[in-house]
Design a protein around this ligand. Structure first.
Ligand code: GLN
Length: 546
């Protein structure tokens, strides 16, 4: 039997609902249950693919090529369950689906309304594509009280009624602000938020209260009484130093125990196996050293735009028993000030992440040049690989006018638009003038690694699969020329047409790798991605030299 846990948020946004859901998923998994996590997003975009990372943070890509909310990254990192297209839906998608059906005449002349048609489509989505999971955790984006969220809240209210209390549970995340002048945690905003939820017909079964301090028993009783729930189900979610401590802290608060009690599953249950999380927590809290890595990008002022990247780097740190300190640098500074490159002198690794557009690209190329010439470990991801190829073309192979057609026509398109590629037995195409929301190479693609290369050794495998999200490709026509100056095309698409990985051999550079895909999307704290593990290991070596 599949049970559904609906997670809503109140009081303010940014309380970490995604993380809370992911941590609960991890706890239920640690009890031996099969879980899946889903996110319902109230905004009207069909997917977050065309949204600016400044507004919405990173776009997380699944194996099956969906561009999704970054919370799916948390879900995957905490549970290891690969997210799918069917795990994230937006109001835009729901409406598109309903309107498409209306145009097709599927509703046989009925008047199409939010209730029941839109809410039915939402309910259908929540219950679709299941595989005998014990628990589906379904997070509703936004905050209770938002106009946009109403159809979703109505849909989960109906689902709760249809499924019954034994198969459904409502968890509400709130904030208990601490008022220093009163010396108290205040419960009123939580009470109001729960009232708002109750006015929509939803009675939460559990409250997860974010607070910077421990919630005294008195306050807990008060919340329980006013909000109509058992005091044991008022769970305090204290701020913790590392996100990977969250499952441990929730468990200590009794969260998983009370969730299972709600579903009458406690008696038959065993204690959870939390070894994975205690080990990670121990390593994170007791690093044996530190390395500094410069991330030279564009969206450096909103760190959510590089969420998975920052996590993957920290996983690389966990694998090497060190703390990875990140320095976020806006690449434009390397275009404007010659002396700016000095800021890279004392870092132990340089990473150019994914990116779009011309702004700051020359600065990134300057950072690659610095890393290559000064023998600093370099990791180029997607755009970072493309910039590395342009740098090598210009400065090692002497190709003047080497560039990317992403920035307009250029004399030597080292990076250009591929109009066609193979995926398995199928040919997929894209064109220059197609809609922005449908022209990228998206999702998992296989890649063959050449023998006697660094990446072959790092992956300990000859064929890998990684996730992509980009329009442009390194131009195969320049392969011979770039190889003649030492660059190796160590990973290629199985048909040999698309360069997937480039590297400089060990004799030329200690660690210089560019990948066309996004390895950060598959890294997990308990299973760090081999490239991040190796890159951080190279940075550790570098730190002993600097
Ligand atoms: N802008 C580049 C492209 O579209 C790189 C994209 C990325 O880094 N994700 O190919």
């Amino acid at each position: 039997m599949t049970r559904f846990i609906f997670i809503t948020g109140g009081v303010v946004s940014s309380l970490g609902k995604g993380l809370a859901s992911a941590a609960l998923g991890a706890l239920l998994q640690a009890r031996g249950y099969k879980v899946r996590l889903r996110k319902l997003d109230p905004y009207l975009n069909v997917d977050p693919g065309t949204m600016s990372p400044y507004q919405h943070g990173e776009v997380y890509v699944t194996d099956d090529g969906a561009e999704t909310d970054l919370d799916l990254g948390h879900y995957e990192r905490f549970t290891g369950v690969a997210a799918r297209r069917s795990d994230n839906v937006t109001t835009g998608q729901i409406y598109m689906d309903v309107i498409t059906r209306e145009r097709r005449g599927d509703y046989l002349g009925a008047t199409i309304q939010v209730i029941p048609h839109v809410t039915d489509a939402i309910k259908q989505f929540v219950r679709s594509d299941l595989e005998d999971e014990d628990f589906i955790l379904c997070e509703i984006g936004g905050t209770v009280g938002d106009i946009e969220a109403l159809p979703f809240l109505e849909a989960i209210r109906q689902l709760g009624n249809e499924l019954g209390r034994d198969s459904s549970m409502f968890l509400h995340l709130t904030l208990l602000p601490y008022i220093p002048t009163a010396g108290e945690l205040k419960t009123k905003p939580t009470q109001h938020s729960v009232k708002e939820l109750q006015s929509l017909g939803i009675q939460p079964d559990m409250l997860l209260c974010r607070s910077e301090r421990f919630i005294p028993a008195e306050q807990r009783r008060k919340i329980a009484m006013f909000c109509n729930i058992r005091p044991e189900n008022v769970i305090s979610a204290l701020d913790v130093p590392s996100i990977y401590e969250v499952p441990l802290s929730y468990h200590a608060e009794g969260m998983d125990t009370e969730v299972l009690r709600h579903f009458h599953m406690l008696e038959a249950d065993k204690a959870p196996n939390l070894e994975r999380w205690t080990d990670i927590h121990h390593t994170v809290m007791n690093p044996e050293g530190r390395v500094r890595i410069a991330v030279v990008g564009k969206y450096t002022s909103l760190l959510d735009s590089y969420k998975s990247l920052a996590e993957a780097l920290s996983h690389g740190g966990i694998a090497n028993g060190v703390k990875v300190e990140l320095e976020w640098i806006d690449s434009q500074i390397f275009e404007e000030e010659d002396t700016a490159l000095q800021s890279l002198e004392d870092v132990h690794g340089i990473l150019v992440p994914g990116g779009f557009g011309e702004r700051g690209s020359e600065g990134k190329i300057n950072a690659v040049k610095f890393a290559r010439e000064r023998q600093v470990p370099y990791f180029g991801i997607c755009f970072g690989m493309q910039m590395a190829c342009i740098e090598v073309a210009r400065n090692l192979a002497g190709v003047d006018g080497a560039g990317s057609t992403e920035f307009g026509p250029c004399q030597h398109p080292i990076v250009g638009l591929m109009t066609e590629w193979r995926k398995g037995n199928q040919t997929e195409t894209r064109s220059d003038d197609a809609d922005l929301g449908g022209t990228m190479r998206l999702g998992a693609f296989e890649c063959d690694l050449s023998d006697d290369t660094m990446v072959r050794e790092i992956y300990e495998d000859g064929r890998i699969s990684e996730r992509h999200r980009h329009r442009y490709e390194v131009n195969i026509n320049y392969k011979t020329q770039l190889e003649s100056v030492g660059l190796r095309f160590s990973g290629m698409s199985p048909d040999g047409v698309l360069p997937e990985i480039i590297e400089l051999p060990q004799g030329m550079h200690p660690w210089f790798v560019g990948v066309q895909f996004h390895p950060e999307l598959k890294s997990k704290p308990f299973d760090p991605h081999p490239l991040f593990k190796s890159f951080v290991a190279a940075a550790v070596k570098q730190s002993r030299l600097v």
